[in-house]
Design a protein around this ligand. Structure first.
Ligand SMILES: *[C@@H]1O[C@H](CO)[C@@H](O)[C@H](O)[C@H]1NC(C)=O
Ligand SMILES: *[C@@H]1O[C@H](CO)[C@@H](O)[C@H](O)[C@H]1NC(C)=O
Ligand SMILES: *[C@@H]1O[C@H](CO)[C@@H](O)[C@H](O)[C@H]1NC(C)=O
Ligand SMILES: *[C@@H]1O[C@H](CO)[C@@H](O)[C@H](O)[C@H]1NC(C)=O
Ligand SMILES: *[C@@H]1O[C@H](CO)[C@@H](O)[C@H](O)[C@H]1NC(C)=O
Ligand SMILES: *[C@@H]1O[C@H](CO)[C@@H](O)[C@H](O)[C@H]1NC(C)=O
Ligand SMILES: *[C@@H]1O[C@H](CO)[C@@H](O)[C@H](O)[C@H]1NC(C)=O
Ligand SMILES: *[C@@H]1O[C@H](CO)[C@@H](O)[C@H](O)[C@H]1NC(C)=O
Ligand SMILES: *[C@@H]1O[C@H](CO)[C@@H](O)[C@H](O)[C@H]1NC(C)=O
Ligand SMILES: *[C@@H]1O[C@H](CO)[C@@H](O)[C@H](O)[C@H]1NC(C)=O
Ligand SMILES: *[C@@H]1O[C@H](CO)[C@@H](O)[C@H](O)[C@H]1NC(C)=O
Length: 799
């Protein structure tokens, strides 16, 4: 391997405007002083392999081509979406989306799902999962792609992102987290002004999603490559157009504290847990393309977080060869990083050999880290080849779906259902879509609701559904053996055009088809609502007038109206939630192929609900503080005040707070104990490592509480730990810093323990460029949501 002098590398990096001379090797593995720990072996294998390559082989490698040396062949890595299962493949499972998984507040459930997803990728011969999807975080409830991410609380998001990352590694595939960074809306994300002409088919249609760089003629195994011939489905193909850097994509402008405490936070968890790849976003940060932003990639990601893997671009994320090469991208389009261009940059010294080697190493290091070099992974085949990787994952999908559902309201013992005699079902979301589960779904302009049961995301979040169990199907199967009589109108806007001679009459089985008639005389009326958005377009509404009119009409005529919602983000309910006949509300995100079963399991009490809201549901949309940006400069002026942090700061009462979710049983909290280290150093003392300073993750104390199931049936409680910081830290009023799930039989007691690590009580000091622990009093709150505290205490931190 050619070794360039560090001084030259320093001078070259200086050109990109990165900070000081002392940090000039930042971003370059080994040279930047990050201790590689359990990545060392993979690094050694990677650098030994790279040392055998010529410059042109390295260039082939970093642009996604297979390369052969005298004694080995390295097949180009295959990249594929996503967290909901291998996209566009036959014989795969359709899992729930990340926003649903986050609502489980359950590390084991999240791990199990990501592990199963990872195993399906492995079985299909795909090496890189374009996931976990930490972000969009959900800065604004209007964000079209919030459904794909783990939500706006950095702590919960971080736990979920970290656990998923580890699960993908354990499954033997490379986790490729996205989107890096501050890519919080679809509007103006590309230079075309709108969402960017995206929107793929739900399986069958063209799949021009946003997530891959372009060389549409590249080999099948390269990202952006076309599918093996004969396949009716295609792997993602993308054009290699460059973007207009003058206006759109918009630039997300955020301050250093906000970037660290909110958006980088979950990526720390991911890097700590074995992250192998990062997808940089198609938008800008502080005026520079995310994929060409050395502050973001070389300094924050590769040096501070100690990320050892590769950065690859979202579609159109790479605009110039030099910008992306020096900015921190490691994998790029062969059209932009053409041999000619790269050789020119190398020969006039703009691109150092050290940086090129660094790129090459980063392209393969994770391959060794996850063990793909053992040669055991099955070869990729055509997307429709009969390679069934689903195992028993349908059971997990059903269980996790039920676990994610949050019971937000339950009065008059409306739920669980108990052998209702007459049940009426309303809404398009209750039944199948006309075109079936894999109906092509063009995101742009579609929504804001879906005419059928919404069980998948769209664009990069669209699952390959082998089938969908919709609620109607599951309800018929569950209710019929109990003798329940069923009626339904599976349409949100139905108005009977026939004669009105037959009117509302509870004693008639053959009423005219109207919401009022069907609702009248029912023991329970189930109204199903959805809200749809996804890649390519943001949301246009947070509630829907047609659906809300339907709920109100049903409730006017049915004293036991139960509403079930599956929504891509916050869906307001104040249009009817206080109607005296709306007795229950069950709320979730997009649940995957077993959706109807998961919902019916909870409605009937076969599963006791335990999901929790991963964002706040406001009473009024004006209660949210962040709207979409329509300008080229999008200033994140709200700083770290997202979601409940904003509601707390402004003392706004939400309809349902972050963390809320009821059970069919009840729980009592007692015996809060705190045990914190006597003295904690102000700043981390550990060596820079993969995942930040090594002691950033050290446990500094434990907080415990006793939980008793004092109700009438077995159930799970999710006690949450919130912390208030001393003033010096300049933090929001309270922040989630722990959650545990505990399953208890009726009458049973259990203890939950929240382990606090150094980062949990640290703030980012902009002056010191360090995670700092403030001295002083920390208030501890343990409760059932961000607004329902059952136990309080304090602890003192001294240096
Ligand atoms: C094969 O390549 C490795 C480097 O990866 C080298 O060390 C080894 O000598 C080569 N073996 C032969 C037989 O060429
Ligand atoms: C973005 O700009 C803000 C304000 O100047 C600065 O605090 C922050 O460090 C910058 N971050 C990046 C990644 O450019
Ligand atoms: C795309 O990739 C193919 C195969 O690697 C290569 O032959 C072709 O030159 C590339 N096209 C462009 C425009 O870079
Ligand atoms: C090096 O070459 C590239 C590509 O030809 C050019 O864009 C760049 O300005 C050159 N830089 C220097 C310092 O000569
Ligand atoms: C699925 O099968 C595996 C191994 O066969 C087993 O360990 C796991 O518990 C099963 N999962 C479910 C949800 O049934
Ligand atoms: C729903 O009912 C309305 C009014 O009767 C009708 O126009 C519409 O086509 C129906 N929608 C579907 C999806 O059947
Ligand atoms: C609710 O409606 C049902 C069916 O019409 C009726 O049997 C029941 O008495 C009503 N309950 C109340 C509390 O009004
Ligand atoms: C509630 O439902 C009953 C029918 O069961 C109806 O008579 C009553 O008017 C409804 N209440 C309201 C406020 O609409
Ligand atoms: C929100 O508040 C505004 C102003 O008070 C009101 O006009 C609007 O109807 C409210 N929206 C909802 C959904 O309640
Ligand atoms: C952003 O999008 C809006 C609406 O789509 C459009 O009017 C505006 O010109 C776009 N702004 C930029 C900077 O592209
Ligand atoms: C269970 O405990 C909670 C909290 O202490 C209390 O409000 C509730 O009344 C108790 N429930 C029963 C059935 O005792």
């Amino acid at each position: 391997m050619k070794v360039l002098s560090l001084a030259l590398a320093a001078a070259l990096l200086g050109i990109t405007g990165t900070a000081s001379a002392s940090s000039s090797n930042q971003g370059i593995l080994k040279a930047n002083g990050v201790s590689l720990a359990d990545w060392q072996t993979a690094y050694d294998k990677a650098s030994s392999f790279i040392s055998t390559l010529s410059t042109s082989q390295k260039l082939s490698l970093i642009t996604g081509s297979s390369i052969s040396t005298s004694n080995t062949t390295f097949s180009a890595l295959t990249f594929l979406d996503g967290d909901m299962g291998p996209q566009n493949d036959f014989y795969v499972s359709a899992f729930s989306l990340s926003s649903s998984l986050a609502m489980t507040f359950d590390r084991a459930a999240i791990y199990a799902q990501a592990r199963a997803v990872g195993e399906e990728f492995y079985g299909k011969g795909v090496q890189v999962v374009a996931g976990p999807t930490s972000q969009p975080l959900g800065r604004t409830p209007w964000g079209g792609r919030n459904v794909e991410g783990f939500g706006p609380d950095p702590y919960l998001n971080g736990v979920a992102t970290g656990v998923s990352t580890r699960a993908y590694v354990d499954a033997g595939v490379i986790p490729g987290a996205k989107h890096f960074l501050l890519n919080e809306q679809e509007t103006n994300r590309t230079s075309s002004g709108g969402g960017g002409g995206m929107g793929g088919g739900m399986g069958g249609g063209p799949s021009m999603g946003g997530d891959f760089p372009g060389n549409s003629t590249a080999s099948a195994s390269s990202p952006g490559g076309s599918a093996p011939s004969g396949s009716p489905f295609r792997r993602r193909a993308a054009s290699s157009s460059t973007s207009d850097s003058e206006s759109a994509p918009y630039s997300s402008n955020a301050d250093d504290k906000t970037i660290h405490e909110t958006y980088l936070w979950p990526f720390y968890d991911a890097v700590k847990n074995g992250l192998g790849a990062v997808m940089c976003a198609m938008t800008k940060v502080n005026g520079t393309m995310s994929c060409e932003n050395a502050d973001l990639l070389m300094k924050n990601l590769k040096t501070e977080l100690g990320f050892p893997g590769m950065v690859w671009p979202d579609m159109n994320g790479q605009s110039t060869a030099q910008g992306s090469a020096l900015g921190g991208e490691d994998y790029g389009s062969s059209s932009i990083w053409s041999t000619e261009t790269m050789q020119a940059l190398l020969s006039n010294g703009t691109l150092s050999q050290a940086r090129l080697d660094d790129m090459a190493i980063r392209n393969v290091i994770a391959y060794y880290y996850v063990g793909l070099d053992d040669g055991e992974q099955p070869e990729a085949q055509a997307t429709n080849a009969y390679v069934d990787v689903r195992a028993n994952h349908s059971r997990l999908i059903r269980t996790n779906g039920a676990k994610s559902l949050a019971l937000l309201k339950n009065t008059n013992n409306a739920l669980p259902l108990s052998k209702p005699r007459v049940m009426s079902i309303f809404g398009a979301h209750a039944g199948p879509a006309l075109g079936g589960p894999n109906q092509a779904m063009n995101v742009q302009g579609s929504g804001p609701t879906y005419q059928g049961h919404l069980a998948s995301g769209t664009g990069s979040g669209q699952a390959s559904l082998p089938y969908v169990i919709d609620p109607h199907l599951a309800l018929v199967m569950r209710a019929a053996p109990e003798g329940t009589m069923l009626r339904w109108i599976m349409n949100d806007t139905y108005s009977s055009s026939g004669s009105t001679l037959i009117s509302s009459d509870a004693t008639s089985t053959s009423a005219q088809v109207t919401y009022a008639n069907y609702a009248t005389g029912s023991d329970v009326c189930l109204v199903f609502l959805n809200a749809l958005s996804g890649e390519g377009a943001d949301r246009t509404e947070l509630y829907n007038e047609d659906q809300d009119a339907m709920v109100n009409t049903v409730a006017d005529n049915c004293n036991n109206t139960v509403v079930v919602i599956n929504a891509v983000g916050p869906r307001l309910v104040d249009q009817w939630i206080e109607h005296e006949n709306v007795t229950a509300l069950l709320y979730g995100s997009v649940l995957g192929q077993e959706s109807g079963n998961s919902i019916v399991d909870v409605l009937y009490g076969d599963v006791n609900p335990s999901g929790r809201l991963a964002y706040t549901i406001a009473k009024n949309e004006s209660d949210y503080n962040v709207e979409l940006c329509y300008t080229a400069q999008c200033d994140f002026t709200e700083g770290v005040y997202l979601d409940y942090r904003h509601f707390d700061a402004e003392d706004i009462t939400p309809r349902y707070p972050f963390g809320h979710g009821l059970s069919y049983t009840t729980f009592a909290y007692s015996s809060l104990r705190t045990k914190i280290d006597a003295s904690i150093a102000r700043t981390p003392q550990g060596t820079p490592s993969v995942g930040g300073p090594s002691d950033l993750w050290d446990t500094i104390g434990t907080i415990s509480a006793r939980i008793t199931n004092n109700g009438t049936r077995a159930g799970a409680e999710v006690p949450q730990l919130y912390i208030s910081f001393p003033e010096e830290a300049e933090q929001p009023l309270r922040q989630l810093r722990g959650f545990e799930r505990v399953n208890l039989d009726k009458g049973e007691e259990g203890t939950v323990r929240f382990e606090l690590n150094r980062r949990d009580i640290s703030y980012w000091s902009v002056e010191e460029q360090e995670w700092v622990v403030a001295e002083g009093k920390y208030k501890v709150f343990v409760g059932a949501s961000s607004r329902d505290f059952r136990l309080r205490r304090e602890f003192i931190v001294k240096h």
